[in-house]
Design a binder for this molecule. Structure first.
Ligand SMILES: Cc1cc2nc3c(=O)[nH]c(=O)nc-3n(C[C@H](O)[C@H](O)[C@H](O)COP(=O)(O)O)c2cc1C
Length: 363
């Protein structure tokens, strides 16, 4: 009787480590998720490899097909981007270099293959000439960090080391801002009791939130069926290592006369439209912090949901009424395994010169 395996690749177990493999904070050589039977085959492997990785020449004793999903690699002098199919007959020597942005590809094989290396390397994912490019503890390159970043909502109960927090905050302060006003103030919440008080507020705010959402229920899950709403993050709120609450300080942020007026309770209200708004000078700092965190093996989540209880949470944190609490970045160690992010292809969202003119990717 034949076997049937139906499995969504995002739920498939990681093999050879992975960016979020169990017990492995960061796997510098990448990893993959496998559907099928590793030994008996056939199997489909969704491989993720970081930018710059060099696979030295090697060969397998099984035929295989590689289908590039995202990013790319250069194999035998040929640039292989999304949509490229590579058929490799058994016993064919090959090696490749992964493009800066990394690569995600489907690999189909009839079963586990024996590997024969050519040259001095004993590992098909590590070139001996470039140990630094794949060595343990290496910080990822900028494209690798951008492509590997995910919104993590479930966290282990584990603090983020102070020196990591310092580097992450420093990365935040290096961001661009309107007129270089640097209007950010960061309240770094690590105390359990404070987190629990915020959690209680957020649980209350989320009790009825789903009924109020404008998006249809099917839009509230991502392509892998994972909720994009913040319920899981709220349940993890008292465990996450640190929450950086990002505030906009009018003393630095105001650029135009009559931009704001004061309300009787000391809060401010906008009295003039300013292009870009407050967030445009804070979100780059948040992205910097999340990328820096990723480079240090710290997972993150960008959130705006504290705005649902802004008055109460500002009070808990002692934030002055005239200061705007705009967003918060969770930082910690993920307790969920996530694959590569799913995003629309560039060709779907980029226009050449004029709206509607198709963007042509570089050859
Ligand atoms: C402006 C903005 C607000 C967001 N607010 C929240 C939030 O309040 N709660 C939450 O859990 N995620 C929030 N997110 C995270 C997004 O849901 C997440 O970035 C998106 O689903 C992509 O996730 P992925 O990178 O893991 O694919 C927010 C992201 C942005 C850019």
């Amino acid at each position: 009787m034949g076997r049937t395996i139906v499995q969504h690749v995002d739920e498939a177990p990681w093999v050879r480590g992975g960016p979020r493999a169990e017990g492995v904070e960061k796997h510098p050589e990448g990893g993959g998720q496998l559907v099928g039977d590793l030994e008996r085959g056939p199997w489909v492997h969704v491989n993720w490899l970081p930018g710059g990785l060099v696979a030295p020449p090697h060969q397998h004793d099984k035929d295989e097909v590689i289908f590039i999903l995202e990013g790319g690699l250069t194999l035998g002098g040929r640039r292989c981007g999304p949509g490229t199919v590579v058929y490799l007959e058994r016993e064919t020597p090959y090696g490749f270099t992964v493009w800066d942005e990394g690569v995600r590809f489907l690999n189909v094989r009839p079963g586990r293959a024996a590997i024969e290396m050519h040259g001095t390397s004993r590992d098909p994912y590590r070139a001996p000439a470039e140990p630094a490019a794949a060595g343990a503890g290496r910080e990822p390159g900028v494209f690798e960090a951008i492509h590997g970043l995910r919104a993590v909502r479930r966290y282990e109960d584990r603090p983020v080391p102070a020196e990591h927090l310092e580097r992450i905050l420093r990365a935040g302060t290096m961001a661009c801002s309107s007129g270089n006003t640097q209007p950010w103030d960061f309240v770094v919440v690590t105390g359990r009791e404070t987190k629990q008080r915020i959690q209680a507020q957020m649980r209350e705010a989320f009790r009825t939130i789903d009924a109020e959402r404008a998006q249809a229920p099917e839009a509230l899950v991502d392509g892998a069926g994972r909720p994009v709403t913040g319920h899981a993050a709220i349940e993890s709120l008292d465990r996450v290592g640190a929450i950086v609450v990002v505030c906009w300080n009018p003393d630095r942020g105001i650029r135009m006369k009559n931009e704001y007026a004061e309300n009787p309770d000391g809060t401010l209200r906008e009295t003039r439209h300013v292009p870009g708004g407050r967030g445009s000078s804070l979100f780059p700092a948040c992205q910097n912090m999340m990328l820096a965190a990723h480079a240090l093996g710290v997972a993150s989540l960008f959130t705006t949901f504290f705005g649902l209880r802004a008055r109460e949470i500002k009070q808990i944190l002692g934030i002055p009424p005239r200061v705007f609490m705009e967003c918060a970045v969770f930082l910690g160690y993920g307790a969920e395994q996530l694959g590569a992010a799913r995003r629309r292809p560039v060709s779907e969202v980029a226009h050449a010169d004029r709206w509607g003119e198709p963007w042509r990717p570089a050859p």
